[in-house]
Structure formats: C-alpha cells, structure tokens
Design a protein around this ligand. Structure first.
Ligand code: B12
Length: 480
C-alpha cells in the first residue's frame, strides 16, 4: 500500500521567541516515525515521509495529492495535537474518505480513545504504543479488506462506535527491528541540533535502548508503569547501525537513550568497541549522574564523545526528591567534575515550577548551576505531559493549562501552588542571564573558540543573551 507518514507543519516561533529561536531550535531526526517507516517498507509497502518541521501545511497537501496514499500516519506530541487534528480534517477533505488516517506518538499513546472522540470522523484510528508492528498489522488488514478487530495496540472508529483493542506488548527483541529509514529524510543536513550541542554534521540521532527504570514524575515514557525497565539492543547491533550511518556520511551521532549508562558494563563495552574499530565520528549522550564514574567517562571521551548531558533539574535536594529523580546534589557535583576532568563538555538542564518549590529555592537552583559551572545550562519550566504521574495527579500539585500548545517546556503549561507563573518566567530569565552573563563564562567561551562553527554558535548565543537582557522576549512574557 502507498503509506504517507506525516509530522504536521510547525514553526519554531510557536515554541520559542523569534529573538532567541536560532540558538534554541532543535531539529533532531524523528527516529520513532522513521522506525515505523522502516518496518512498513521492509514489508513491501511504498512509504513517503513528510516532515512539517521543514514543509508548510500546503506543501504537505500538495505532496499528498501527488502521492495519493491509501494510508496516512500522523505523528503527534501534546503540543502538536491540534495541528494533527486539523491536518487529518484537511487530508480527508482533499483525498476523500477512502484514505485511512491514523495518529501515533506521545500524545495519542497518552490520550488513546480521547483522541478519536476529539478528532471525530477525520481520524480513523490511533496507535497506542510502539508503532512498528501495530501499524503494519493494521495496514495488512486494510489491504485484505478485513476489520481491525483484535489488532493489539490499536483504537479505532467502527460503525458501532470507538473500539479499544488490547495494548500491544512492548517489543522485546529490538535487534530485530530494521534501522530507522533515515534515507526518507531527504536532506540530512537540515536535521541539526541547537548550535551549541553539536560539533560536526550531518548529525544522526540513534537509540541503543528503549525505556527507563526511573520514576521521574514529569517524564513521559511509552511504558507508564516502567515495569519493562530498559530494553537494550546488543552492542553488535548498535555498532552495525553506527557503521551504517558513517557510510551514509554522518559525522556526529546524538544518542537519545534516556540514559546511555544504565548498564555500566554495556556502556563501557560500546565505547571501547567504537575506539577499537576506529569509527570516526563525534558523539553526544545523556546519562544519570549516579550511573557514571571517571573511568566510564574517560572511555566515552576516548571513543569520540565530546559532551554529556546530566539531568540535574534542581539545586535543592527537597525538590529533587519531589520529582523522584533518585539523585543527590553531591552526585551531580561529582559527575560534572569527573566529566570536566576527562575533558568532556557538560550540559545540565534545570527546571522551575517543581511542586512545592518557592521562588527563593529557584534562585538557589540558579546559584547551584553557576557553582557547578557546566558548559551548557538550560532553564526549563516543568511540564506535566499527559501520561505522566504529575499530569495524572495534578490537583495535588498545582494548576494546569488546558491549551495543548502550551506543553513545550517554555513555562505556560503548569503553575505549582507555591509559585506564580510570573515567578517561573522570571526565574528562567534570571537563570539564563546570571549563568551566561558571567564575564568569566564569556571569557572562557571566547578562549575556546576554534572553528567557524564555534564562532557561529557564539554569535547566536550573544544575540539570544542580548534579547534576554533587554527583556524583550515575548515568549517569556507571562500569559495574561
Ligand atoms: C527526537 C525528538 C524530537 C525531535 C523530532 C520530533 C518529531 N518526531 O518530529 C524534535 C527535536 C523536532 C522535537 C521537538 C519537540 N519535542 Co521532542 N522528542 C524527541 C525525543 C528525544 C525522541 C523521540 C524518539 O524518536 N523516540 C524514540 C522512539 C522509539 O519512540 P517514539 O518517538 O515514541 O516512537 C514510537 C511511537 O511513538 C510510535 N510512533 C512514533 N511516530 C509515529 C508515527 C506514526 C504515524 C505512528 C502510527 C506511530 C508513531 O512508534 C514509534 C516506534 O515504536 C523524545 C523523547 C523520547 N525519548 O522519546 C522527545 C519528545 C517526543 N519531545 C517532546 C516535546 C515536548 C517536544 C517539543 C514540544 C519540545 C519543545 N521544544 O518545546 C517539540 C515539539 C515538536 C512537535 N512538532 O510536536 C516530548 C513530548 C511529550 C508529550 N507527551 O507531548 C518528548 C516525549 C520528550 C519528553 N519526555 O518530554 N522532539
């Protein structure tokens, strides 16, 4: 069947201030959708991918009219749901009701049948978990003209109303899934992360494991129970994909595992094999502060890793406990110090608006960020995505926006009982100013400039800092 996979059209200005978007916008590859594409193609279906990160809605419509697919699969985050709904209405109108339209991704996984109730007749089904095999089975049923009864992981509209099939168990053998269909991306050069977070390009995104065994209250995971823990691909399978990416011309890899060091020995083996095989690429990964030590970080460094992201989140232990991070301030200090000592750049996201947090504690977090002195610090607002513990227990903690487009870490979605929205917005502004506005930090960055890329990053950062200082950041303005 002709299958179109679509990320509905969106623009950075919907998330970031136009003044600072250039230093903040991220275009990692949409790996999840590319996995679904790879499985459909492997089964013989003709697949095209339309990414609304780089295509307008009209351009996507024109492409679909020319391709005339029998199946359209839409990707949606919470932020993107209204767009996915509108896109489905327009595509149905344009191609007729015989085209089968379904949605998948974080929001449909969390909201399930609510999506169909909300979207009405323009949406025929929702994929409620990992999409590879649920989508394939659904398409094969459509081709055979049989109904969708019993296909696990599917909720669908039927003459008799909305039918919710059993959830599909999570994929246990991740090695069996074909590599993401990155060739469907067209120009890989478009998929660049925020300027300060890559060294070489093009950049591929790669996932060596799925899931997380931690219980952070704000984090969305396909397996809400976390009972499945972390499912790992074999090191051999991961190395094969890395070699495949290098053959495709990629020069940097962003490992998007929630933590690459969950299995210490596996992480060490992966790093040592990358080095032993002399695979020429730079890489960036994330890890939990209490899963790493200096020898592992040294092995990462020796294997081409140039930066590591540690989810620091807060500089106040009480608030770390509230979000159930399972880490301590001392562990954050130790991990950042060890990473710096082996020569890795360190990136640490922090968040404000944690339930029970006060404005003063927010200032403490900023002082902590300055004190541990990472290379990159981000100051987000905690965002209770549907499908998370925080979202499901929101009344206990604070006020939630009912506008789905507010769910973007930028501060509009949630206010705890102990703070105001203005205070969260203010803390984010103070955080960026105080951290990046330090003469010592600017001098350090100036002395590190080596390549034209570095100069580009510096210019974009200075521009963002300038707008942050003159306080003209409409996106950071409090929602009235
Ligand atoms: C890569 C990525 C991006 C990329 C690409 C997103 C895209 N697809 O266009 C970029 C950088 C552009 C991006 C942007 C944003 N992102 Co983002 N992103 C991710 C990240 C790190 C990896 C996604 C991934 O590939 N996962 C691995 C695969 C295996 O899982 P998966 O994507 O869920 O895919 C499976 C299923 O969802 C399903 N599926 C996926 N796609 C499709 C498509 C169809 C048709 C079907 C049927 C099924 C299906 O099958 C897949 C395979 O099993 C996730 C975190 C994470 N670890 O998942 C955050 C994440 C998806 N992003 C998130 C957010 C909030 C955003 C932003 C709003 C961030 C912001 N800047 O403020 C924007 C919104 C953009 C938008 N248009 O919606 C949240 C979404 C939470 C929610 N419930 O809404 C996540 C979950 C991070 C988090 N934990 O908070 N993101």
């Amino acid at each position: 069947m002709k299958c179109a996979l679509v990320v509905p059209a969106w623009v950075p200005q919907e998330i970031f201030s136009s003044k600072t978007a250039s230093s903040q916008i991220n275009y990692w590859q949409p790996l999840g959708t590319l996995y679904v594409a790879a499985v459909l193609r492997q089964a013989g279906h003709e697949v095209r991918f339309f990414n609304g990160a780089f295509l307008t809605h009209n351009a996507i419509c024109a492409g679909l009219r020319e391709f005339n697919p029998g199946f359209i699969g839409l990707y949606s985050t919470t932020f993107g749901w209204e767009k996915a709904k509108k896109a489905a209405q327009d595509f149905k109108m344009m191609l007729g009701k015989q085209v089968f339209i379904c949605a998948g991704g974080p929001y449909p996984i969390a909201a399930q049948e609510k999506c169909l109730e909300d979207a009405g007749a323009s949406m025929d089904a929702i994929i409620t978990g990992e999409g590879e095999y649920s989508t394939l089975e659904l398409i094969e049923r459509l081709e055979s003209g049989n109904g969708l009864e019993g296909i696990r992981g599917v909720v669908y509209n039927s003459a008799g109303g909305i039918i919710k099939n059993q959830p599909r168990p999570l994929i246990s053998d991740l090695d069996a899934i074909p590599f993401p269909a990155r060739d469907l991306l067209g120009d890989a050069g478009l998929y660049i992360p925020p300027p300060a977070t890559y060294k070489r390009k093009p950049v591929a995104v790669l996932m060596t494991s799925r899931g997380c065994n931690r219980n952070c209250i704000y984090c969305f995971q396909i397996d809400k129970t976390r009972k499945s823990g972390i499912r790992c691909r074999s090191v051999e399978n991961v190395l094969k994909e890395i070699e495949h990416c290098l053959k495709e011309g990629y020069r940097e890899i962003k490992f998007i595992d929630d933590t690459l060091a969950a299995d210490y020995n596996r992480a060490l083996r992966l790093a040592r094999e990358i080095k032993a095989r002399g695979l020429d690429f730079t890489w960036f990964a994330s890890a939990c502060v209490n899963q790493v030590d200096k020898p592992l970080l040294q092995a990462f460094k020796d294997a081409g890793c140039w930066a590591i992201l540690f989810g620091a989140e807060s500089g106040v232990q009480k608030n770390l406990n509230t979000i159930r991070k399972g880490t301590t301030l001392a562990q954050i200090r130790t991990a950042v110090k060890a990473a710096r000592e082996v020569g890795l750049k360190v990136s640490t996201p922090f968040m404000f608006g944690i339930p029970g947090e006060t404005f003063e504690e927010g200032l403490q977090t900023i002082d902590f960020a300055v004190d541990i002195d990472p290379d990159i610090a981000n100051f987000h607002a905690i965002t209770p995505f549907p499908g998370t513990y925080l979202y499901d227990n929101i009344e206990k903690f604070g006020y939630l926006s009912d506008e789905l487009s507010d769910f973007t870490y930028q501060g509009a979605a949630f206010v705890p009982y102990t703070m105001t929205r203005e205070e969260i917005i203010k803390l984010r502004r103070i955080g960026f100013r105080k951290f990046y506005g330090r003469p010592s930090f600017m001098l350090k960055k100036l002395l590190e400039l080596r390549t034209p890329h570095d100069f580009g990053v510096a210019l974009k950062s200075i521009k963002s800092l300038f707008w942050l200082f003159i306080n003209n950041n409409e996106r950071l303005k409090a929602k009235s």
